[in-house]
Design a protein around this ligand. Structure first.
Ligand SMILES: [Zn+2]
Length: 240
């Protein structure tokens, strides 16, 4: 399953070209002091009590749903999505958390996790900063729930010790929607089932029967055509 195509590459019109190009509006940028607030970070003003989960008979059988479930606002590719308000800039940013719906939007349209603009380089590749702590080598088909980073933001964050210590940079030729990271509910008790290693979120593939019992909180993609890059060489590599 390929990711959705976004409406605009962000590259703009060629001089003299009169064609109409649908553009995604440029997201407003927020700063906490001098640090850019990541596009996918939630704000305290986006907190809301959890919506009531119930059982629902849908395509494929029984699963979880909302009593007042509403089409694609609540469900994508068979997965019920967590309901969260969308009010970026309201209150204070929560820099170590992820806003589920902006994360999904960033993954579906390959938007930069920091500025929310298209993250394609000149050759249509995307740069991902992947967790280096696991020590696992980057392999083709590897999964991630962390959206890409545009060239400008990569240059902005690469000097931060936390980024250099925690992440490796990978240029990716293509991505495929794989599934979701979410909260799996027990069909018997309708209570959340603890994830592996007590993780709050469980990775569930599209097509997995557990998807109907999963409250999706992140979109997960697989990465294909991966090339490890040094953050110091970033500009030269991506501009090639
Ligand atoms: Zn960016």
């Amino acid at each position: 399953m390929r990711r959705d195509q976004h409406l605009s590459s962000g590259g703009g019109l060629l001089p003299g070209c009169s064609s109409v190009v649908l553009r995604r509006s440029r997201p407003r940028q927020y700063f906490a002091g001098k640090v850019r607030v990541p596009y996918i970070a939630p704000w305290t003003g986006e907190n809301a009590p959890p919506a009531l989960i119930t059982t629902r008979h849908g395509r494929g059988g029984m699963g979880i749903g909302y009593a007042d479930e509403y089409g694609i606002a609540d469900r994508r590719r068979g997965a019920l999505w967590i309901r969260v308000p969308v009010k970026p800039g309201a209150g204070a940013p929560l820099l170590d958390r992820v806003h589920a719906l902006r994360q999904r939007q960033a993954m579906n349209h390959m938007l930069c996790q920091f500025c929310g603009r298209p993250a394609d380089d000149r050759r249509g590749r995307h740069l991902f900063l992947l967790d280096a702590i696991s020590g696992r080598p980057i392999t083709d088909g590897g999964r991630t729930a962390t959206p890409p980073v545009c060239d400008g933001c990569a240059l902005e964050v690469r000097g931060r010790p936390s980024v250099r210590r925690k992440f490796v940079a990978v240029l990716v030729e293509d991505t495929t929607l794989w599934g979701v990271a979410g909260i799996v509910y027990s069909p018997a008790t309708l209570r959340p089932v603890p994830g592996e290693h007590d993780e709050r979120l469980t990775l569930v593939a599209y097509g997995d029967p557990r998807l109907r019992w999963t409250l999706a909180c992140r979109e997960v993609v697989t990465l294909h055509g991966c090339t490890a890059v040094d953050l110091e060489d970033l500009t030269g590599q991506t501009a090639a």
